[in-house]
Write a protein of this length. Structure first.
Length: 298
């Protein structure tokens, strides 16, 4: 598919003449276009749900999740992966982001590297992606980035699950993967700048995937981030408030429970809710696969 025929490359009639408008009107045009993104992502929820369920299944079997992309797409994947350890206290190896051009490309544009198809496979292999247990999410708003397509082909050779995120209908990427997620947000406000609506749609999808996966893995109880590790004063305060809310106890009692639980919020909550000692609460959580809601039933 030629670049000039892609949806993301079309000229947006709603933003024509934007350069001659006053600042408030420029911002209103951008804002109105941004409003279209959420509905485009909503239309892809069935596909996103399939991806989440399969990723959870893979992780429960010892697999990992990899994002790969170039330019803005790669940066968004790296960002989402980087936020998983501090948010959900999982290993940095569990969710990994790979960008064409390596770490230098995060701060300085090296988009020329996206044309190297073999580099995608090479970079993926260098990260230890060698198992069919792992999952690869290829990110390319155009759906045609050689770097990403090369990585997808490599992952498929390994028998791994492949997922593609693009913003172009019937893209090469969507045809190459097992699960295609294609939010169609339409032409950009500024033609050729896919960091805007397409980038926003991509970030929303990635947020949904990683958050829903972590919820399914038991790192959330109710709507509380219960896997927080109190390593500094802010996190200690957050952990105390989460335990107090989840266990329906006072702040003072929550602090006592955390101390008794070895600063493990999940253990503290189970101790409080079931009136258990630390060892018994830890055993219940282990049998429940780390899910508080299940541990409370054991």
């Amino acid at each position: 598919m030629k670049l000039d025929s892609l949806l993301t490359e079309q000229v947006n009639p709603d933003s024509q003449g934007i350069d001659a408008r006053p600042t408030p009107e420029i911002l209103q045009v951008i804002n109105r276009q941004d409003e279209m993104v959420a509905s485009a992502v909503a239309a892809e929820i069935p596909q996103i749900a399939k991806a989440v369920d399969r990723i959870v299944e893979a992780m429960q079997g010892g697999g990992r999740l990899f994002y790969i992309g170039a330019g803005t797409s790669g940066r968004l994947g790296v960002l989402d992966a980087a936020e998983c350890p501090p948010t959900f206290q999982v290993s940095p190896d569990l969710v990994q982001g790979i960008i064409a051009g390596g770490e230098a490309a995060l701060a300085r544009s090296t988009e020329v590297s996206e044309d190297d198809k073999s580099a995608g496979a090479r970079d993926l292999g260098a990260r230890g992606f060698v198992s069919q247990k792992d999952v690869l999410v290829g990110i390319a708003t155009s759906g045609r980035t050689p770097y990403v397509l090369g990585a997808i082909a490599f992952a498929r050779e390994k028998g791994a699950l492949t997922i593609g995120i693009s913003c172009t209908p019937d893209s090469e990427l969507s045809r190459a993967v097992e699960i295609a997620i294609t939010p169609l947000a339409g032409p950009e406000v500024i033609a050729g700048s896919t960091r805007m609506k397409a980038g926003t749609a991509t970030k929303l999808v990635l947020n949904m995937i990683s958050t829903a996966v972590m919820i399914r893995l038991g790192h959330v109880y109710g709507n509380l981030m219960v896997n927080v590790q109190p390593r500094n004063s802010k996190l200690r305060d957050r952990a105390r408030r989460i335990v107090a809310e989840a266990a329906a106890v006072s702040d003072e009692r929550a602090a006592e429970l955390l101390a008794a639980a070895g600063d493990n919020s999940k253990v503290a909550i189970v101790m409080a809710r079931r009136d258990l000692d630390r060892a018994t609460a830890e055993a219940c959580l282990a049998r429940a696969g780390g899910r508080i809601s299940e541990a409370l039933k054991i």
